[in-house]
Design a protein around this ligand. Structure first.
Ligand SMILES: [Zn+2]
Length: 363
């Protein structure tokens, strides 16, 4: 299988356009044309992970964190980043990062944390604006089904937990072909009228181009009539963090124990605001920027990582902050990515790294 096919699947799940401005998700080393002999999934593509891939004869590492964030000017092996890039190139191992774009989808990093806590119905904590568009296309009656199917297949018409959403209005379309045109009905220089259906879809802005192309390929006219509209609705699929409710309200201490066990770590936390916990906000990795949204969501607890001393004061009696550690909060992202790839490519070797890449130890 080509590496490009694996990347296509990953990017359908977590479009690269969703990554934050400071990020460097995507194909960092290698080309999409390479034939892949298997994938090794890790949180961090360190030299030890690369060595593992080479030893296992695998030529693609899919990591959550990009090994390269900023520009590299020299390749003399002084920094660990240069050494990884040099070794990957030398051994023809591709490195792909799926980072903040995987943080910013409903079924990404934070969904896995929610699963770990036994929370089934979660939603995005801070929904992204500007990620939806409306697509309208005018189709002759007997081609409605084929155009509609093409748009659905390209990912159009998904709203929350619903798929294949569309709206149809019938009307009369008119057109007159001029010199050089080959009209679908009628003749050049004559106005033709035809029964048409206006098809409307809500689509992800990140799939807009693919959807337009799919509709055009399925459409019978020489010139497809269509419009794009900006939509103000916040997306239910894209954005940062997640919020959800426990099935059963829990005593604060019992919830602390649950979190400690789930993440397998000691944790830092600010005192309980209430005796019990029901609503929980989470953000894998550094999530302090979401404290306002977590408080605004009415959550009792905010589980995240990378809190600094002074930032803990911001809890300010409004929520209890749990800092479970960066690596710990994201450790199950490895399972998340590996499971997704195994499910999509059942006969392809998808391995999880055996290297613990957490740079921090606890005493
Ligand atoms: Zn992270």
């Amino acid at each position: 299988m080509r590496i490009g096919e694996i990347i296509e699947e990953l990017e359908l799940w977590a479009p690269p356009a969703l990554q934050e401005s400071y990020d460097n998700s995507g194909l960092i080393v290698g080309t999409k044309e390479w034939e892949s002999r298997g994938v090794l999934v890790a949180l961090d593509c360190l030299e030890s992970v690369l060595d593992e891939a080479i030893a296992k004869n695998i030529n693609l590492v899919v990591a959550h964190h990009p090994i390269v964030f900023g520009g590299l000017k020299r390749f003399n092996g002084v920094s660990y980043i240069e050494r990884v890039v040099m070794k990957a190139i030398k051994h023809d191992v591709a490195i792909y990062a799926i980072h903040t774009n995987l943080d910013n989808v409903l079924w990404g990093v934070n969904a896995k944390i929610m699963e770990l806590l036994g929370i089934r119905n979660h939603s995005i904590l801070s929904p992204m604006k500007g990620s939806l568009k409306k697509f309208q296309v005018y189709v002759p009656l007997d081609s409605v089904e084929v155009v509609e199917e093409a748009v659905f297949a390209a990912g159009g018409g998904k709203i929350s937990d619903y798929e294949e959403c569309s709206f149809k209005t019938e009307g009369i379309g008119s057109f007159k072909g001029t010199d050089g045109a080959q009209p679908f009905i009628g003749a050049v220089g004559e106005r033709a009228c035809i029964h048409e259906v206006k098809l409307e879809f809500i689509v992800s802005a990140f799939a807009a181009k693919a959807i337009e192309n799919a509709a055009r390929n399925a459409h019978p006219y020489e010139e497809m009539a269509y419009e794009w509209f900006a939509v103000e609705n916040a997306s239910t699929q894209y954005g940062a963090g997640a919020v959800g409710e426990l099935d059963q309200e829990m005593k604060f201490d019992a919830f602390l124990a649950l979190v400690k066990k789930a993440f397998g770590t000691t944790l830092k936390y600010t005192p309980a605001v209430k005796e019990t916990v029901k609503r929980v906000a989470v953000c894998g990795g550094s999530g302090s920027f979401l404290l306002g949204a977590a408080k605004g969501s009415g959550s009792d607890v905010f589980i995240t990582a990378d809190y600094k001393y002074h930032q803990f004061f911001d809890a300010d009696g409004g929520i209890s902050i749990f800092d479970v550690g960066h690596f710990e909060s994201e450790q199950f992202t490895i399972d998340l990515i590996a499971d997704r790839l195994s499910e999509k490519f059942p006969r392809f070797a998808v391995l999880k790294t055996e290297v613990n890449t957490n740079p921090i130890q606890y005493y």
